[in-house]
Ligand binder design. Sequence first.
Ligand code: ZN
Length: 382
Amino acid sequence: MRFRSIIHRRSRSVAGVVATCLATVAGAQSSAPVLRGRVVAANGVSVAGVRVAVRSGLLADTVTVDSAGAFAVPVPPGRGVVEVRAAADSASAAVFYPALGIVRRDEVDDEHGFVLVPRVWAIAAGRYAGQAVEIDLARAFRPACGDCSGFFRFRGGRLTSTRGRTLTWPAQQLPVRVAFDRDREGGPQLGARDSAAFWTAAAALEDALGERLFRASSYPDALPRDETPGDVVLVRADPTLRDAGLTTVVSGEDGISYAAVRFQTPGLFTERGGDVVQHEMLHSVGIGHTCSWRSVMAPAGCPGQRADVATPQDVAHVQLLLRMRALQRDPALRWGMEEALDAAGIARPAAPPTLRQASFRHAIEGPIPAPTRVRIIIPHGT
Ligand SMILES: [Zn+2]
């Protein structure tokens, strides 16, 4: 008898009834579909002792993963969605966030692997190598203002196709191509000195992260083959901008496919070590604003949190995101950070927008900071 009812047996007479029900369930088990997957940790540590529970209505079953992290659990009968929870045993509960995936009945035959989020990230590379940083997912997803995202961005509801993978570029596109946009009229052309200054600032970000995120591309090489630019970050100067920078990110099911970054003036490339470049280029890989820690991504709404360089908290969270995204190139490792939030009971936005295009627009200097404005643009028809 495998499936266990989560109804507590309160008396002997009731127990007899429950036993009959369970026997019926056990009899149906031979034809029960089996939910399979495996569990890995984003930081590569052992997942020994992690248990996976599959629940349907009032029926549930639990297994402990094998030495490779694999599991196979019969799915209790029922009609609604199936909940799959992966959680460490009590001894290692302080190591990982638990995770909760919601599976439709027609998805049961897919593989349902989890990438567990560690509660502490040991920075292994870059400027802060050797530091250990607490990973606080609630703070990482907390919106930096009333109508904007947090450092990490929700991608949709619990049953949408984009769930499971927090927004950034598909891992195979990194380092992403970056080209100066030569076609725009009205703005100054960025020359060799501007290019050198820009890349010095971008390299400072990469040195902090200990990872190459960007690679230079010529504009002709980056030109789209059809109407839609893809797999490139296009950079240009735009003196008509009211703000220091504006980054627009276009994303689909697989993640970001295109980003456009504008700077009010190339003079920003060298100010304060190029912090505007670091800020905008982190936007271009899907990172939003945060007031949750001292950050190069702090918006004007919390100027006291603003740092001129990526901080250890920034680096740890970006490294976590990129590592998870790399692991999730394996389609069998479906569930990730948002599932950790779900298991923790942290609420998502009531009506998550369809995030296909988002702009980060903000002022980051001047005697009186302009109000932070972040717009989520929802195209017609979506
Ligand atoms: Zn910004």
